[in-house]
Design a protein around this ligand. Structure first.
Ligand code: PXP
Length: 247
């Protein structure tokens, strides 16, 4: 497999802040964790500014925007206050995700509506405002052709394919992996840059990292979990090595 273009690894550091918020104190610091990820070869840092600020908060994203030396990818829903923080900071990239307060983590991809219907005005407005701020916009979507076509119609440069179904089923079946492969091909021929993420771990990342059309992986929980055992730099280096070996 070696010889394909290198895959970008963006490390999502939300759950460093989750541990901090368990005590509402000032440690561990997600910005310090981001620096360690960069030292270990991360190509970018991802953080999700949720509407309820349950982990990453406004001050974190301001400090990340100032401190990250690679690039910052902020995940957000279309809530007005979050959108204004993100457009004000103008990170390299922003990934629009659906968000429900009751969910433990992002559950599905964005709903982009049926073919032939108008896209949700809030979504279109959010995309336009971020583009106007010079932000590269990506949409987090399920790996299906109809949704990919809708994303292409919205003239965004990139989509992030939801790998959650793959992560939940890969032990028993290759169906979700094949769906990801086909979706990645379809997105690429539709002119979209292809990212992927959610639920990827040291055990399941290799087949996804080997999909040639995918150029960026966003991985959080598994790396932060492993970092508790081995330290953040070692955890990122191990993931980096697995991804590089798959290309
Ligand atoms: N990509 C998106 C759009 C997400 O919302 C998340 C979770 O915040 C991730 C990637 C990372 O998922 P995980 O923490 O399961 O690696």
């Amino acid at each position: 497999m070696a010889g394909q273009a290198q895959m970008r690894l963006y490390v999502n550091i939300d759950h460093v802040a989750t541990v901090r918020e368990a005590r509402r104190t000032d440690e561990p610091d997600p910005v310090e964790a981001a620096m360690a990820c960069e030292r270990a070869g991360a190509d970018g840092i991802t953080a999700h500014l949720r509407e309820d600020r349950r982990h990453i908060n406004d001050e974190d994203v301001r400090r990340l925007a100032a401190g990250v030396t690679t690039v910052l990818n902020l995940e957000l829903a279309t809530a007005e206050d979050v959108l204004s923080v993100v457009t004000g900071l103008a990170p390299h990239q922003a990934t629009l995700v659906p968000e429900r307060r009751e969910e433990i983590t992002t559950e599905g991809g964005l709903s982009l509506g049926a073919p032939g219907t108008l896209a949700e005005p809030r979504l279109v407005e959010a995309i336009d405002r971020m583009k106007a701020a010079g932000i590269r916009v990506s949409l987090f979507i399920d790996p299906d052709h109809v949704t990919i076509d809708r994303a292409a119609d919205l003239s965004v440069p990139a989509v992030e394919l939801h790998t959650g179904e793959y992560a939940n089923t890969y032990r028993d079946s290759d169906v979700a992996l094949e769906r990801l492969r086909e979706a990645a091909r379809h997105a690429r021929v539709s002119g979209l840059a292809v990212h992927a993420g959610h639920g990827l771990t040291y055990r399941n990342v290799t087949p996804v990292a080997a999909i040639p059309e995918i150029e960026e992986l966003n991985i959080g929980h598994s790396i932060v979990s492993h970092s508790i055992m081995v330290g953040m730099e070692a955890a990122v280096r191990e993931m980096r090595a697995l991804i590089d070996a798959a290309r």
